[in-house]
Write a protein that binds this ligand. Structure first.
Ligand SMILES: *[C@@H]1O[C@H](CO)[C@@H](O)[C@H](O)[C@H]1NC(C)=O
Ligand SMILES: *[C@@H]1O[C@H](CO)[C@@H](O)[C@H](O)[C@H]1NC(C)=O
Ligand SMILES: *[C@@H]1O[C@H](CO)[C@@H](O)[C@H](O)[C@H]1NC(C)=O
Length: 295
């Protein structure tokens, strides 16, 4: 029995090399028990590792190879789908609390201006009927922007960027169902202190586990004041990511999405933009594509 077993193990030894000695050996056998065990171990671990990979692959826990490097670019077109940013006032739980974005009593009117090679093309307001889930205050949502980067500023391929400004309500820009607040309400609001606004910026990230591009929300708080304009330059960084989800053989997918927003902020005078926007502004945000590109 034991002899049959050791014989069996010897048989599967793949290390025992048969060589032909010059003297004839009556029993030319170089397979050994040790070699058999080593072979068993090697084959067994190969099989176990293969099974392990198959199970990981089936359970989606096998991480794909993701490559991206940073380069700088002079030209790039990108259409920003979905949410880009959203804004709402934080509650201060005072009795005389006023929501400046109440569509029926607008105090800070958001206006989106489009620029082509630094020239103003058009300005428009937008509907803001949704409420923030956290504070039940009106939420301003910025979405669907068409951006173009061209450092050369040529006429056939102009640089396209946007400025979102919040300032004095102008009747001309009101949409259906919107009303500017009356002067007494504006005065009360302007004399109050501590207007805290929450700004959310939405970027994306590839989640290798779910194999999907997911939203990442970055929140920051800005204090608004009646004698200054907070100016933010939001530079959107695009990533062109190559994802290799192949198990045994390469299988590449290329995805392009915004991965980051570089914020540069500065505080300036409320009249600084009055030649462009013809009103006092309290918050101004510029949106453009960043030259640094991840791919
Ligand atoms: C939210 O505010 C509105 C008035 O602006 C009020 O009618 C409504 O009851 C509020 N909802 C909650 C959940 O507080
Ligand atoms: C201004 O508007 C508020 C809210 O709609 C209202 O309560 C108030 O009476 C108005 N004041 C004047 C002077 O019209
Ligand atoms: C700005 O707010 C201060 C108090 O914080 C107030 O004294 C001043 O009158 C306000 N200015 C305007 C233009 O409302």
């Amino acid at each position: 029995m034991l002899r049959r077993l050791t014989q069996g193990i010897k048989q599967i030894d793949r290390f025992g090399v048969i060589f032909r000695p010059s003297v004839i050996d009556l029993n030319p056998e170089y397979k050994s028990i040790f070699g058999g065990i080593a072979t068993l171990f090697l084959y067994g671990s190969c099989l176990a590792y293969f099974c392990y990979q198959i199970i990981q692959w089936q359970n989606n826990t096998l991480l794909p190879k993701i490559t991206s490097i940073q380069t700088s670019q002079a030209e790039k077109y990108f259409y920003m789908e979905n949410f880009i940013s959203s804004f709402y006032m934080r509650k201060n739980y005072r009795n005389d609390e006023i929501d400046p974005f109440d569509p029926q009593n607008i105090i800070l009117q958001p206006i989106l201006s489009k620029f082509s090679n630094q020239q103003l093309v058009e300005s428009k307001s937008f509907q803001f009927n949704s409420k923030s889930s956290r504070y039940n205050n009106s939420e301003i949502i910025l979405e669907n922007l068409e951006l173009n980067l061209n450092l050369e500023n040529t006429n056939d391929n102009p640089q396209i960027d946007y400025i979102l400004s919040f300032g004095t309500c102008i009747d001309l820009f009101l949409l259906e169902g919107q009303k500017c607040a009356n002067q007494s309400m504006v005065d009360i609001y302007m004399k109050q202190q501590g207007h805290a606004m929450l700004m959310n910026n939405y970027v994306k990230e590839y989640n290798p586990k779910s194999m999907q591009v997911e939203n990442v929300k970055k929140q920051s708080l800005t204090m608004l004041n009646n004698d200054t304009t907070m100016y933010f330059q939001n530079q959107i960084r695009i990533s062109k990511t190559t994802i290799d989800q192949g198990f045994l053989f390469p299988s590449e997918i290329i995805k392009e999405f915004p991965v980051d927003m570089v914020l540069i902020s500065q505080s300036i005078d409320t009249q600084s933009f009055s030649t462009i926007f013809h009103r006092a502004t309290y918050l101004v945000l510029a949106y453009s594509l960043n030259e640094i590109f991840l791919r």
